[in-house]
Design a binder for this molecule. Structure first.
Ligand SMILES: [Zn+2]
Ligand SMILES: [Zn+2]
Length: 171
């Protein structure tokens, strides 16, 4: 974009003083060289395991970030956000891991990838995954296929809780 010389003159040319000859200012927009492609898109095409910001085991129960320097991770069951190892460890009390482990045990025999729903016999983190690409997707996102398992499981647990409550009242 070129800023009109007349405009600059109007804004900052002091009366009576001679200033150096004005030149046109050119601003050229350049994409930041450090900008990285969107992590999820990158994960979808990467055929080698991507490390991301969590120890590999932790992706079983937490969604991590592709950027290694980012601290954030979220619980796959309740969506709580954590910024360090301690936070994730303290989250044990919430029993989310137990609920997820029970759910994973039910998903595994389906032999359908939890990221893309393709039929597969591969498994990782105790879940069916058709490929490393899908494992990468899992590391940094909550795939819609898994989301639907999760929603169904939560509805089921809620129904069981209501049933127990109703029975408790009868007694
Ligand atoms: Zn949780
Ligand atoms: Zn898959």
């Amino acid at each position: 974009m070129a800023v009109p010389v007349a405009l600059i003159r109007q804004l900052c040319y002091p009366s009576g003083y001679r200033l150096p000859k004005l030149t046109r200012l050119e601003y050229k927009w350049k994409p930041a060289e450090a900008a990285k492609p969107y992590s999820v898109a990158l994960a979808r095409v990467n055929p080698t395991p991507m490390q991301g910001n969590l120890p590999n085991d932790e992706y079983r129960f937490f969604v991590g970030k592709y950027e290694k320097t980012w601290m954030a991770s979220t619980c796959r069951w309740c969506g709580s956000l954590f910024h360090n190892v301690d936070g994730r460890k303290r989250h044990k009390d919430a029993k989310c891991k137990e609920k997820l482990t029970r759910l994973y045990a039910r998903i595994l025999p389906n032999k359908r990838c939890v990221a893309c729903n393709a039929v597969t016999t591969r498994e990782y983190w105790g879940l069916p995954f058709c490929s490393v690409v899908c494992e990468n997707t899992w590391r940094f996102t909550e795939p819609p296929v898994f989301r639907s398992y999760l929603d169904r499981e939560k509805k089921q647990l809620e129904a069981e809780r209501l049933f127990r409550e109703a029975n408790a009242k009868v007694d």
